[in-house]
Design a protein around this ligand. Structure first.
Ligand code: 3PG
Length: 402
């Protein structure tokens, strides 16, 4: 794989796949620009070498045609602020105008293309569409780790058109290096913290982790399915009925493998799914009818935080409660603080994308942990041991020895 530092972009037009799938509010303002900031080193390296940059990304999940709320034009101003320069915009990612804008681009300039997913061919991995994209640059750079688990035209297929000029961007490289660190040579004790709403999203990664970790902490929405499967009452908390058996098997497997599982012993419950709902703390598995668990309780926080503080390797994916409600973000914040403390004491901590990454970033702690991943699903698939199409596409064909 060619790394960004190994390639000289002088007088080259780099077609760069970034993951600018960032959250926007109703005024189309970016509410978390982590992914944009992450892409800066790759873009600057190309510009500093004397190259030009054609940026392509998806935003959201449009239905294969233009949708105002998913337009990348909303990102133009914020990008201009980040780079302190004016940036060109192509209202379509392929076609005559995009070609014209790309071909007149000068070294040191940036062109941003409209959302790739406004063409259904992108997600279909369509070859003709990939070929059209390939005409916009003379070197391909993939820095979109967050989308590397998709075999889409811009993330994988387009690389075939650049057999000798396909380059791994610096975010992609850093993500792979950091994920490898917890996959291959973790210092012990190694603790994985799994949270978030659904077990079904994380079954495979949890199973893989049982062969690696010493401690597995389970919090957030997914913990209520464990509580129910163990005979508890969970009111109207999140439940994945068909995953109850899996949770019991998981507990058994963990015991066989010597992995210590930590589940919440108490929980903060509310009488409505609302930040201002009435709330109280109860023992796990004793939630009355009409109430739902929205956060871990104080006893659980103390136990989980202690385990985290004593760990030497920490992988965290998913919040401990409904983090977007301030009143139910206490557990997630406390775990973030414990991860920061462990890191200060020499632990290595990898925060998996999505809400746990947002939690750490919003608390101003993104520099106090070892690495905050920009990938959600991509990181999980990589941790499951799957090959990511976006990474495979960057690998160079072996030249046979003569
Ligand atoms: C993400 O946010 O995880 C990536 O940008 C991929 O988005 P997708 O799940 O819509 O493919």
């Amino acid at each position: 794989m060619i790394t960004i530092d190994q390639y000289n972009f002088q007088d080259k037009k780099a077609l760069v796949r970034v993951d600018f799938n960032v959250p926007l509010n109703s005024n189309f303002e970016i509410t978390d620009d982590t992914r944009i900031r992450a892409a800066v080193p790759t873009i600057k390296k190309i510009l500093n070498d004397g190259g030009a940059v054609v940026l392509m990304s998806h935003l959201g999940r449009p239905k294969g045609g233009p949708e105002e709320k998913y337009s990348l034009k909303h990102l133009l101003k914020p990008l201009e602020e980040v780079f302190q320069m004016s940036i060109k915009f192509s209202p379509d990612c392929v076609g005559a105008e995009a070609l014209e804008l790309a071909s007149s681009l000068q070294p040191g300039e940036i062109l941003l293309l409209e959302n790739l997913r406004f063409h259904k061919e992108e997600e279909q991995g369509n070859q003709i569409f990939a070929e059209k994209l390939s005409l916009l640059g003379d070197v391909y750079v993939n820095d979109a780790f967050g989308t590397a688990h998709r075999a889409h035209a811009s993330t994988a297929i387009v690389a075939d058109y650049f057999p000798h000029d396909k380059v791994c961007g610096s975010v992609m490289q850093a993500e792979l290096d950091n994920a490898q660190r917890v996959l291959s040579y973790a210092d012990r004790p190694y603790t994985a913290i799994m949270g978030g709403a659904k077990i079904s999203d994380k079954i495979q990664v949890i199973e893989q982790l049982l062969d690696r970790v010493d401690n597995l902490i389970i919090g957030g929405g997914m913990s209520y399915t464990f509580a129910k499967a163990q005979g508890g009452t969970i009111g109207t908390s999140l439940l994945e009925e068909d995953k109850q058996q899996f949770t019991l098997e998981l507990l058994k497997k963990a015991e066989e493998k010597g992995v210590k599982i930590y589940l919440p012993s108490d929980t903060v419950i509310a009488d409505a799914f609302d930040n201002n709902a009435q709330s109280q703390v109860v023992k796990s598995g004793t939630i009355p009818d009409g109430w739902m668990g929205l956060d871990i309780g104080p006893e659980t926080i103390a136990t989980f935080a202690e385990v985290v503080r004593n760990s030497k390797t920490i992988l965290w994916n998913g919040p401990m409660g409904v983090f977007e409600f301030q009143n139910f973000a206490i557990g997630t914040k406390a775990i973030a603080e414990a991860v920061v403390e462990a890191t200060k004491n020499g632990a290595y901590s990898l925060i998996g994308g999505g809400d746990s990454a947002a939690a750490v970033t919003q608390m101003g702690h993104s520099h106090d942990v070892s690495y905050v991943s920009t990938g959600g699903g991509a990181l999980l698939e990589y941790m499951e041991g799957k090959q990511l199409p976006g990474v495979v596409a960057l690998q160079m064909e072996e030249t046979p020895l003569t």
